[in-house]
Design a protein around this ligand. Structure first.
Ligand code: HEC
Ligand code: HEC
Ligand code: HEC
Ligand code: HEC
Length: 221
């Protein structure tokens, strides 16, 4: 009974959110539309949310998660002599993105297809950014790959005490910066800087980076 109640509750959250985030339909993350996602869309599909979310049998990686996950390949992580904090393999706030952006898994490989069909591939790949199996190709501007050594580090345990003059101190409250940007109030991940639903600030940035404002939520430089 308890289980059923929570399912109904989660389904209604998703239904309400359809209204709140109508915006995802007009972004490159709408793989059901050749107009919105010109380089990576799937013919024969109609539901934009289902590429990432399902109402039933969802994974726990993100709310009602529906995309096949990377059985993490060991990523090459960022390193430099001036790094002071601990960098680990990426955590969930990055793995959910890398499950498409590292190029190892098809964009349309879902745990729960629309209708009663279980796991499988939804629609047929089209657009220059995809290979025949529906994976991002290395030539796509959206391709990050499994080598993260040339990208802003993720999987970092944020600890300003390791570099007090370079970083904003944590506040201990998820309502204020920089904590607001950290997964579980601890880690810097893709989700620290990106919001996969909203392209208002381009590149799915979480907020405007004009004047490098986003960078300075954490860096004091
Ligand atoms: C490209 C993948 C993707 C698509 C498409 C997508 N989402 Fe999401 N969604 C995510 C990710 C990733 C998260 C988790 C965000 C996080 O943890 O920072 C999320 C979280 C959510 C949440 C949890 C609440 C929150 O504040 O984050 C809701 C509700 C949601 N999505 C609804 C929707 C709806 C409705 C659609 C379709 C209109 C949609 N999403 C399309 C990736 C996607
Ligand atoms: C279901 C697969 C999927 C998931 C999950 C996903 N993306 Fe994407 N994303 C794509 C594809 C495919 C494109 C390219 C679409 C196109 O060019 O038409 C894209 C485009 C983008 C772009 C725009 C790139 C450009 O060249 O304009 C950004 C930025 C981005 N994604 C970031 C993220 C981040 C950050 C996350 C996690 C929070 C995420 N994505 C989750 C598949 C995904
Ligand atoms: C510290 C902030 C930050 C983090 C963490 C971050 N990004 Fe970005 N990302 C940006 C900014 C800012 C841009 C805008 C373009 C630029 O300046 O390169 C961007 C651009 C992108 C693009 C567009 C193509 C490109 O390379 O410019 C993709 C795709 C992307 N990010 C995916 C990801 C993924 C996947 C992760 C996690 C592995 C991630 N980002 C982590 C800030 C970040
Ligand atoms: C959510 C917090 C956060 C945001 C936002 C952020 N960074 Fe970072 N950044 C970090 C952390 C933490 C490190 C690792 C620092 C360390 O270990 O010394 C880092 C590392 C770096 C490094 C490498 C430093 C080195 O010593 O090798 C550069 C360069 C950098 N960030 C630039 C940027 C830029 C540019 C932006 C804006 C697009 C940005 N950061 C946004 C937290 C953040």
């Amino acid at each position: 009974m308890k289980y059923r109640k929570s399912i109904i509750c989660l389904v209604s959250v998703l239904a309400v959110a359809t209204v709140a985030w109508a915006g995802v339909k007009d972004t490159k993350h709408n793989f059901a539309s050749a107009t919105s996602s010109p380089n990576a869309y799937f013919s024969g599909t109609t539901q934009p949310c289902v590429f990432c979310h399902t109402a039933h049998n969802a994974g726990s990686e993100a709310p009602l998660w529906n995309h096949e996950n990377t059985a993490p390949p060991l990523y090459d992580v960022y390193g430099s002599n001036s790094i002071d904090m601990t960098i680990q393999q990426p955590h969930q706030g990055s793995l959910i993105c890398l499950s498409c952006h590292d190029g190892t898994i098809a964009i349309n490989s879902l745990s729960n297809l629309p209708g009663p069909s279980g796991a499988g591939n939804y629609g047929f790949p089209a657009g220059a950014a995809l290979d025949g199996l529906g994976r991002l190709t290395a030539t796509s501007s959206a391709f990050i790959g499994t080598d993260l050594s040339n990208d802003h580090p993720v999987g970092i345990i944020y600890d300003a005490t390791k570099d007090p003059t370079g970083f904003v101190n944590k506040t201990g409250s998820s309502l204020s910066y920089p904590d607001k940007l950290l997964q579980d109030g601890i880690y810097v991940e893709c989700s620290s800087c990106h919001n996969p639903h909203d392209d208002t600030y381009t590149n799915f940035l979480i907020e405007s980076n004009t004047g490098s404002a986003l960078c300075q939520r954490c860096h004091t430089k």
